[in-house]
Design a protein around this ligand. Structure first.
Ligand code: AGP
Length: 605
């Protein structure tokens, strides 16, 4: 989604702004722009890549600037809609959505303000300028103006002749970077590692004034506040592409290390303690009688796998809800329910809002399962488990998913133990299995060349079906999501038993059918489902286990995973599906890491 970088420093900030925007490219965007003070405003904007803006800005020098990558919400991607938006002598960049923008716009038009874009952001620019008529100080005017906004925002504002940048946030991410020569702000720490590791995370409602001499922050209550400084642990290398062609490829191949790093959290323990999820976990897990999982997209699929694990191991009923649906549904709250929010970014607006909704419904036992330490969802929840996948740049989530699965399995074991359903030898066996996962995933990655050989057969297809049963049904959904996201082929995941209730009508020789066929209790039933496909001339691509009795024949192509992995099998079986989507996208020549219309962090509803 939109990305913000702002800088006020002794040095020329233009290269910092451009590099910062490049670091935010992964979030997804369609246009970019910046505004500089010298001491009057210069604004540059372009549709397309940051590289284009870089060319335009190559001769610019400034000590104050704000920059932005835009992911269109209000108005098409175009130069006139690209940020910054200007009102008289001030310029604004914005991430988020202003829900009452139409009402404010009407009010501002009536007051004589003219609009040159279709965006909600231009409303903020005019609103601040109008406020300056009564409140002449820029920081105070921003403080006053934002009280009129409904919705989510992170903004940065500059004004001609002012030696400061004013930023504010509510519901969208924004952090400050403090360096020896100035102060910087960005949507994400990755943009600022080039200048500093000292970060300050702003809270909702904060307004901050940045000058070369430092930062002053005013909290939601209107009084000055101190926010703690944090040294970012993010390694600059972690966001480098290295020898890989795409971030998605790098992230698929990083899964053994990501899993190993996440599992380091349990060290060599033979037994689990609820403290793994936070100091308050023993108290908050006590008496839990149900689990509600809230998430979107790939994280939702991780939640679906967890339902099988928690119900089977802990005997606790689990519901898994798409966050954007849950928050608007009249559900029945259960105060003894553990609410688990799963999110790679920790900034997904729907997931964040759904956790708040659950808490407002009287469910205070909230657990965040996230990959980004200081993210909004982590700060919102009473408990936390931080996966250690490292930064995930590709829009298509891969290593975040498998590490989420590892974390959810730990949760299932912990709840099972608490319910008295996990004997020590069994617990030790499961932990050993978890620790072996990095090696097992490494072996699956060796299938990459064989999967690449299948890819051209998918590339000219319009549709594909993914089948799985039981624990692997969510993996079928995830395989279909990966394929549609990056190759733009329409794909659907189905529980294989459901095929004959409708989707079988779609099967003909033009329909590739991908099946996940682990050697589990449902294998024989799945084989019957495959026969139904074969009888209709469908072309089948089967990911079996080494010992699954599925044979290669005309129209049935089989690849075997090295070993059967019991309950943890979904962690292995998703890997070939990630590779398949990646390879098909390569053949089709799509933009693998930044697929059209998508954003990495979905910070708007
Ligand atoms: C995954 O490939 C997607 N890009 C998307 O579905 C993603 O998982 C979803 O937007 C949720 O993101 P989160 O995990 O950061 O909350």
């Amino acid at each position: 989604m939109c990305g913000i970088v702002a800088a006020v420093a002794e040095r020329n900030v233009v290269p910092v702004l451009i590099e910062g925007l490049k670091r935010l490219e992964y979030r997804g965007y369609d246009s970019a722009g910046l505004a500089l003070l010298n001491p009057t405003l210069t604004r540059l904007r372009s549709v397309g890549r940051v590289a284009e803006l870089e060319t335009q800005a190559k001769d610019q020098v400034a000590h104050h600037g704000i920059a932005h990558t835009r992911w269109a919400t209000h108005g098409v991607p175009s130069e006139r809609n690209a940020h910054p938006h200007v009102s008289g002598d001030l310029a604004v960049v914005h991430n988020g959505i202003i829900e009452n923008y139409a009402e404010l716009k009407a009010e501002l038009i009536a007051a004589g303000f003219g609009f040159t874009s279709d965006t909600d952001t231009e409303v903020i620019a005019h609103l601040i300028r109008r406020t300056l008529h009564e409140v002449p100080d820029l920081t105070a005017a921003v403080q006053t103006a934002v009280t009129r906004l409904t919705g989510a925002y992170a903004i940065a504002v500059i004004r001609e002749w002012e030696d400061r940048i004013v930023v504010a946030r509510h519901g969208a991410p924004l952090l400050l970077g403090v360096a020896a020569d100035g102060v910087y702000a960005a949507s994400d720490a990755a943009a600022l590692l080039q200048v500093t590791r000292q970060m300050i995370y702003l809270e909702d409602g904060d307004v901050a004034e940045l000058t070369r001499g430092g930062v002053k922050i005013v909290g939601a209550g209107g009084t000055p506040v101190e926010r703690p400084g944090v040294e970012s642990a993010l390694s600059a290398d972690a966001v480098e592409l290295g020898s890989y062609a795409h971030y998605m490829q790098k992230e698929i191949f990083e899964q053994p290390q990501a899993l190993a790093a996440t599992l380091e959290l349990i060290g060599g323990a033979q037994t689990l303690s609820p403290n793994l999820f936070g100091a308050a976990a023993p108290e908050l897990f006590d008496g839990v009688e149900a689990v509600l999982i809230l998430a979107c997209g790939t994280s939702f699929h991780a939640g679906l796998v967890a339902r099988y694990w928690i119900e089977q191991l802990a005997g606790i009923p689990v519901s898994v809800e798409i966050a954007s649906e849950y928050r608007y549904r009249a559900s029945v709250p259960n105060p003894r329910q553990l609410v688990v929010a799963i999110s790679q970014s920790g900034e997904t607006a729907d997931t964040l809002a759904s956790v708040r909704h659950a808490r407002n419904q009287g469910m205070p036992r909230t657990l965040a399962l996230c990959n980004v330490p200081e993210s909004a969802i982590v700060r919102e929840c009473a408990l936390r488990f931080l996966t250690r996948a490292g930064p995930e740049i590709g829009v298509a989530s891969t290593k975040a998913f498998t590490t989420q699965l590892a974390a959810l399995f730990l949760l299932a074991l912990t709840l099972a133990k608490q319910a008295g359903r996990l004997a020590p030898p069994e617990e030790a066996l499961y932990l050993a299995s978890l620790r072996h996962l990095p090696v097992a995933v490494q072996k699956v990655l060796a299938l990459a060349p064989s999967i690449a050989a299948w890819a051209p057969r998918f590339a000219d297809k319009q549709h594909a079906i993914f089948l799985g049963r039981g624990l692997h049904y969510p993996i079928a959904l995830e395989g279909a999501l990966k394929l549609k996201e990056i190759s733009y082929i329409h794909a659907e995941g189905y529980p294989a038993g459901e095929l004959k209730h409708g989707p079988l009508a779609l099967v003909d020789k033009e329909m590739p059918v991908v099946s996940i066929a682990p050697n589990d209790a449902l294998l024989e039933k799945l084989k019957s489902n495959l026969k139904e496909v074969a009888a209709r001339g469908g072309e089948m691509y089967v990911f079996a286990d080494a010992d699954s009795s599925v044979t290669e024949e005309s129209g049935v192509h089989v690849l075997r995973l090295p070993e059967h992995y019991g309950l943890l099998s979904p962690v292995l079986h998703v890997v070939p599906l990630q590779l398949l989507a990646y390879q098909v996208a390569l053949v089709k020549g799509t933009d693998v890491d930044k697929p059209r219309n998508l954003a990495k962090s979905v910070t708007v509803e």
